[in-house]
Ligand binder design. Sequence first.
Ligand code: ATP
Ligand code: MG
Length: 348
Amino acid sequence: MSKEKIILTGDRPTGRLHIGHYVGSLKRRVELQDAGDYNKMFVFIADAQALTDNIDNPEKVRQNVIEVALDYLACGLDPTKATIFIQSQIPELCELSFYFMDLVTVSRLQRNPTVKTEIQMRNFETSIPVGFFTYPISQAADITAFRATTVPVGEDQEPMLEQAREIVRRFNYIYGETLVEPEILLPDNAACLRLPGTDGKAKMSKSLGNCIYLSESADEIQKKIMSMYTDPGHLRVQDPGKIEGNTVFTYLDAFCRPEHFELYLPDYPNLAELKAHYQRGGLGDVKVKRFLNAIMQEMLEPIRNRRKEFSKDIPAVYEMLKNGCDVARAAAADTLSDVKKAMKINYF
Ligand code: ATP
Ligand code: MG
């Protein structure tokens, strides 16, 4: 089997991408891409997966395919280095999923913690679409079809990767060494594993409406930051405040770099001192939020500007996606051919 390092990740086109996606996965992809630290990189827009819980709104999914593609380009994904494609255009993935379905039990899917949480989040308890319930299987197909070795994603994807690894092991055990076991690559900064929403909820998520989008206007960013969840017990400036569970500080952990102090808050030497002052009392939320706002504006402005440029030529973006689909389809067909050989269902 090949020893190449192959990177694969994707996003659901259920909305524009937000800063949680950025720190959880997107930033890492761009760094890996620019470092050239891989043999191949595949990035896909998971429209078929998005339909599994959006069947009453397919138009939303369709329209967001291009929005996600623009977010990718704006963040620096480069189609000359990474193959960017749309999941539904690769029928080989369905075929692979169909065979993988025989390798997984219903109870194993029911135990998948991410599936459990997402079922609750979507109020699906009594009416789970079968496609949604089985999406960890199709996700295993997405990963293995490209022989991915490395999957840079947020912490919520850990159970998905574990399930994919189990499928690979079971397939290889039954049919002989054919598929590559993928490894998860989590963000190395703990605050980025699962960035909370601006409302303080556990995860910034398109479905929860608690996001700062990468394409947000400067005014909108500021408005969202100034009304962010902090420590509800920190009422007056002189009160001691809490850092744990205080979303503004979690964002600072995720986005603040040492040089930001000199630039935007020279009366503090570093984040530890800022936190200590907040905990002692005497530091108001507004000052901390203004600091965070300066950092976010600096980060998001160039992304927003690049996005505007790319959005001037949408046909070119579709063309880029089409080329990506062609490359991806050939790669998936190659794996599927190996799979069928291993299963001895290549009759003719
Ligand atoms: P949806 O609500 O439709 O599921 P989402 O916001 O959860 O959307 P996904 O498309 O499911 O986004 O996730 C894409 C990638 O971004 C995954 O790798 C996921 O781990 C990562 N990610 C999403 N939200 C966060 C977050 N808040 N913090 C860190 N990583 C995240
Ligand atoms: Mg999700």
